[in-house]
Design a protein around this ligand. Structure first.
Ligand SMILES: Cc1cc2nc3c(=O)[nH]c(=O)nc-3n(C[C@H](O)[C@H](O)[C@H](O)COP(=O)(O)OP(=O)(O)OC[C@H]3O[C@@H](n4cnc5c(N)ncnc54)[C@H](O)[C@@H]3O)c2cc1C
Ligand code: FES
Length: 258
């Protein structure tokens, strides 16, 4: 299977602090889509072979060239380079990588996205055909992105901000507890965001006896299981590669105290 392709940037827009980019990716979706929650590894920079992992937000097959959207924030050199690429520029992209969330189109899920962890949850919402509830969290209201898309793709959308500038004043796990307390019809909780948020969401799901899958963020090197940069400690003492065995894991597998 071909994993490395030249992909053209066909649109780019600013979404608050984040950059929303659409790429033409050839037959990448047709040949390597497994589930929402996979990621691409993009070469960021001309000289150094510097790849950066970015989650797939949404993707679709297309006879001419499959389309994929990514949303990212500038954190350092690599994402800064990427943010400055113009429409029409060709990127070197590996993908689709990783396993993604185990979801069924007929399933009903409680989706939880925190900050830049919000975009990949949109792919889950679209996959599960309108039955999900989304809980979107961020430091303040400008960090809550893609609300309109979630409103369109979900039955219900709830928002939490740390500073109370939009929705619930506080963290997302309070809304997770409230929702799971009021509605027993969810098949699972699916979450992507910073590690402390994932740990708290996992704890809440466990209290209600609901399965929970989390998308883990670790620094990456190769992106395909050939180095040890991305290892994540598991409860059973093993160490798994986030790039190859993840990035999505059953929350009960993860050693949250590592
Ligand atoms: C599977 C996966 C999916 C991701 N999806 C997205 C996404 O959809 N949108 C997005 O904006 N970002 C995403 N990230 C994070 C993104 O890869 C990092 O922000 C990026 O690699 C930073 O590279 P840089 O060269 O700009 O910054 P660097 O100079 O490499 O680092 C800048 C700062 O970010 C920290 N950092 C770098 N990489 C990571 C990482 N992987 N996890 C946590 N902290 C890191 C560094 O410690 C440093 O403090 C994802 C990461 C993973 C592992
Ligand atoms: S990044 Fe090299 S093994 Fe995961």
């Amino acid at each position: 299977m071909k994993v490395e392709r030249k992909c053209k940037i066909v649109s780019k827009e600013q979404l608050g602090d984040a950059v929303y980019m659409t790429l033409e990716v050839g037959d990448m979706v047709r040949t390597s889509f497994k589930a929402p929650g996979q990621f691409v590894h993009i070469k960021c920079g001309e000289g150094l072979l510097l790849r950066r992992p970015i989650s797939v937000c949404t993707c679709q097959e297309d006879e001419r060239s499959d389309l994929l959207t990514i949303v990212f924030e500038v954190r350092g050199e690599g994402t800064d380079w990427l943010a400055r690429r113009p429409v029409g520029h060709t990127l070197d992209v590996m993908g689709l990588l990783g396993n993604g969330f185990q979801v069924k189109p007929e399933g009903r899920y409680l989706l939880v996205g925190g900050g830049i962890g919000i975009p990949p949850m949109l792919g889950c919402a679209q996959y599960a055909q309108g039955k999900c509830t989304a809980i979107l969290g961020g430091r303040s209201k400008d960090k809550i992105i893609l609300n309109d898309c979630f409103e369109e793709a979900c039955a219900k959308v709830l928002v939490a901000t740390d500073d109370g500038s939009l929705g619930h004043h506080g963290f997302v796990d309070a809304l997770v507890r409230r929702e799971l307390g009021e509605d027993k019809g969810y098949d699972a909780v699916l979450a992507c965001g910073p590690r402390p948020m994932l740990r708290n969401v996992a704890r809440a799901a466990e209290e209600f006896g609901i399965p929970c899958q989390v998308s883990m963020e670790e620094r990456m090197g190769c992106g395909i299981g050939a180095c040890l940069v991305c290892v994540c400690d598991m409860k059973d003492g093993s160490r798994k590669h986030v790039c190859k065995n993840g990035p999505v894991f059953d929350s009960k597998e993860v050693n949250w105290d590592a």
